[in-house]
Design a protein around this ligand. Structure first.
Ligand SMILES: Nc1ncnc2c1ncn2[C@@H]1O[C@H](COP(=O)(O)OP(=O)(O)OP(=O)(O)O)[C@@H](O)[C@H]1O
Ligand SMILES: [Zn+2]
Length: 781
């Protein structure tokens, strides 16, 4: 994952139009919440719709690109250098409007190869051939923004935005209100009304004008440009108080919106702050407080009772209970003793612990989670793609209607110019799809953050949206439904072997395998102090068992399938196997070249939470299926214990894959939960692959579609409920945003709609959808 952070893997070429959402209005708030690398390989479901919509910023032809190019190269000379990445922090880049501008301007420069926007963090990474970063800074400056170079080791989290002075806006608001007041009650001369309005526009609207002007210069019709045109137009037709109100309302709404988006940002920064900055480290026998970031691998760290753990590590000394909720979402504290794993960000309980650092701060499980959440935000959910596409058509269409409205009735039907121009201006305000575009990412980001806090790591909006439509969930048995810590319950010697004690033979093989069944056999032997033989070459036989050489003879240890394949089975053996399997036990057989030598039965307890999780899934209308490599008898016995719909045993990896495929027929969605390698193909094939107990394993966090940080299966129904709620909020938001627009379109065309009402409605809708989306942050499972 560090490779992701530093490696130049990121984006397609700059010219890839696919990522330019809602070009026309430019208020692609979607991108605002888009984290790095919108098109990374993780971007599942990223239907590469290379439709290359030609928006109007596209057709300026060669001369402008040439100009930008020469401006850049003239600025600081040569671009002969090697291709490299530079990170820039652009403080003013907190709106997709700016992304649009930057993308257009930088994309035209041939020395720039790739752009990677992270608006959440206000970061822009550029891959370029310039010898210095000066030309880049000049280019950014020409768009009215400032770029600070950032060294790669600096914290990636965005610093809090600098507060803007509030008083110009406040004065503007007062002036606008006064202007409206005087006009309404016809007090004072008209020039006073106009003067107050101009004062209001200067106070509240200047930033908008400035941004609008830059956008227009770059032939980009974004929200600032639309608003600037609307305000100017209103002044030109003598609607002074209206112009003032539009400017002030827009500024206020922008402010509130920025604040709410800050909240969505903070949801992730909040996660970051879980790990303390300082750690108590042993240096030359002394305990010292040092910055957690500087602590090296292997260092000995102490954590006091009640303190948060600063780094991932392994307990060296002490015994305590640790609240792991921040990472795994599980509310009960977990007992920790020597040898156990600790996670940065979790909270130590009643007594002090000393531990050895196993991961540096930037590489901790917590850091990986945060990185994964950020990345998940970078991939677009299906609804978002739809909304972006819709708004790409929507803005120009409404813009056209506005032009037609301004011109047609006065020219051909004797309409009053002022009247119809005014209506056209109102339409300009409506032309901005802001509310619609912003509604989806805010909702998705809130959902992703809420899930992360519950210990459910969703690797993209796609999965969050898809969860609600899962029809089947397939579960692996060992370690998923069961504890995964089987114990040996029965041992039967069938034969006195010439080569020695059969138990020792089996345990010697078993000790070399990390399969839970083997592990149980080895453990039982160890507990009884059985001395082991040294084993020559050992081969794992997936889905069957192991094979190894002891004293020049070959032995097999494995299941019924293996015995059959060796053609060493018999009716008596099968009867014995059956009897044990009927009790829900797993049986393996030790064999030499002549036949079976001994039987070992192991039993694995069902997790307390499994039954409840399965019941909750059924309540949600999701069907459950158990897929296991273990024998069908055991499969059925365990299946009955947890109340599963269907239990299938004796499956090899390809059989599990086949079962998943089969249930997907007819476009049905199937999720799969598993851990072992024998599940990998099925997991990959499933619509959503769930990994469990991901907190300890990196690959799970990185490869699964959804990673459950601990192994509590109740996170599955919780995820599905969250997905359903997310969907409801999305639908509400889209309906709200479009509904308000539709009402206003009608009002305006019939002459009822006024400018400030339109701004009010538009921004009101934006705020409503943002707040509605943020509600998901409070989801508690
Ligand atoms: N290394 C091994 N040692 C002992 N037995 C093994 C080994 N590998 C496989 N087996 C036997 O083969 C069976 C199937 O193994 P497999 O790994 O496919 O599934 P599993 O881990 O038992 O169950 P699940 O599919 O639910 O994870 C096991 O139940 C066990 O009886
Ligand atoms: Zn048989």
């Amino acid at each position: 994952m560090t490779a992701n952070r530093q490696g130049p893997t990121i984006h397609g070429p700059v010219q890839d139009r696919e990522h330019d959402a809602a070009d026309c209005c430019g208020c692609d708030k979607g991108a605002l919440l888009r984290a790095p690398a919108a098109a990374r390989k993780h971007d599942h479901g990223h239907a590469h719709d290379h439709d290359h919509d030609h928006d109007h910023t596209h057709d300026q032809g060669e001369d402008r690109s040439a100009r930008a190019e020469s401006a850049a190269t003239a600025a600081a000379g040569s671009a002969s250098g090697e291709l490299r990445w530079t990170s820039l922090r652009i403080e003013a880049m907190d709106c997709p409007t700016e992304e649009r501008l930057l993308r257009d301007a930088l994309g035209r420069v041939s020395a720039v190869e790739n752009l990677d926007f992270n608006l959440m963090q206000r970061l822009l990474r550029v891959q370029h051939r310039f010898d210095s970063i000066e030309p880049l800074q000049k280019l950014v400056a020409s768009l009215g923004m400032q770029a600070e170079p950032l060294d790669e080791n600096a914290p990636a989290s965005a610093p809090p935005a600098r507060p803007k002075p509030w008083w110009p806006l406040a004065l503007g608001a007062v002036a606008a209100a006064a202007s409206e007041f005087f006009e309404w009650f016809a007090i004072g001369p008209q020039w006073l009304v106009a003067a107050l309005a101009v004062a209001a526009i200067l106070g509240a609207g200047l930033p908008t004008y400035r941004k609008g002007w830059i956008a227009l210069k770059n032939r980009n019709l974004n929200i600032n440009a639309l608003m600037s045109i609307a305000v100017t137009g209103a002044m030109l037709i003598g609607q002074w108080p209206e112009a003032a109100m539009v400017a002030v309302l827009f500024a206020i709404a922008e402010l509130i919106e920025a604040k709410s988006l800050e909240r969505a940002r903070n949801a992730i920064r909040g996660l970051l702050q879980l790990a303390p900055e300082q750690a108590t480290v042993q240096v030359d026998g002394q305990w010292q407080e040092v910055s957690a970031k500087s602590v090296a691998l292997g260092a000995r760290v102490r954590v006091r009772p009640g303190e948060r753990i600063a780094l991932d590590g392994e307990v060296l000394d002490g015994r305590s209970s640790v609240n792991q909720a921040p990472i795994t979402g599980e509310s009960l504290p977990v007992e920790k003793q020597v040898g156990d794993t600790l996670f940065a960000g979790t909270i130590n309980g009643e007594s002090a612990l000393e531990y050895r650092v196993t991961r540096v701060a930037d590489d901790s499980t917590l850091a990986r989670i945060i990185h994964a959440v950020e990345e998940a935000q970078g991939s677009r959910a299906p609804t978002q793609r739809f909304v972006d596409q819709f708004s790409r058509i929507y803005t120009p269409v409404v813009f056209l209607i506005a032009i037609v409205t301004a011109l047609l009735p006065p020219l051909f039907f004797g309409g009053a110019w002022l009247d119809w121009v005014y209506r056209a201006l109102v339409l300009l305000v409506i032309a901005c799809p802001c509310a619609l575009v912003i509604s989806t990412p805010v909702t998705i980001v809130s959902g992703l953050s809420a899930a992360a806090r519950l210990g459910i790591l969703i690797k993209g909006g796609v999965f969050l949206e898809m969860g609600r439509s899962l029809e089947w969930i397939a579960l692996d048995k060992t370690g998923t439904l069961t504890e995964g810590r089987p114990r040996q319950t029965d041992f039967t010697a069938l034969w006195e072997s010439a080569a020695g004690d059969v138990r020792a033979l089996a345990a010697s093989l078993a000790a070399r395998s990390d399969h839970p069944v083997s592990h149980a056999v080895a453990q039982a032997a160890e507990a009884d102090n059985v001395a082991l033989y040294s084993v020559g070459e050992l081969t794992a036989l997936p889905g069957r068992g192991v094979k190894g050489e002891i004293d020049g003879r070959t032995y097999h240890l494995g299941n019924h399938r293996l015995v059959e394949e060796l053609e060493l089975c018999s009716k008596e053996l099968e009867a014995r196997l059956d009897a044990l399997e009927q009790q829900g036990k797993t049986v393996i057989v030790l064999l030499d070249a002549q036949g079976p030598l001994a039987l070992f039965a192991v039993a694995d307890g069902v997790k307390e939470t499994s039954r409840e999780a399965v019941a909750q899934l059924h309540d949600l209308g999701v069907k459950t299926l158990m897929l296991t490599g273990d024998n069908p008898h055991t499969a059925n016995a365990i299946g009955a214990q947890v109340g599963i719909d269907e239990a299938l045993g004796n499956l090899l990896p390809e059989d599990k894959l086949r079962e998943v495929k089969q249930r997907q027929e007819g476009g049905k969605r199937v999720g799969m939960v598993g851990d072992g390698i024998n599940d990998a193909p099925a997991l990959a094939r499933a619509d959503i692959g769930f990994a469990m107990g991901a907190a300890g394993t990196d690959t799970a966090i990185e490869t699964a579609g959804v990673a459950l940080m601990d192994d509590d299966l109740r996170k599955l129904p919780s995820f599905i409920r969250l997905s359903r709620q997310t969907h409801r909020v999305l639908i509400q938001n889209i309906t709200l945003a479009l509904g308000i627009k539709a009402v206003f379109l009608a009002l305006t065309l019939t002459g009822e709609g006024t400018l400030w009402m339109a701004v009010f409605a538009d921004m009101g809708a934006s705020l409503l959808v943002v707040f509605n989306g943020l509600r998901l942050l409070r989801y508690r499972g």
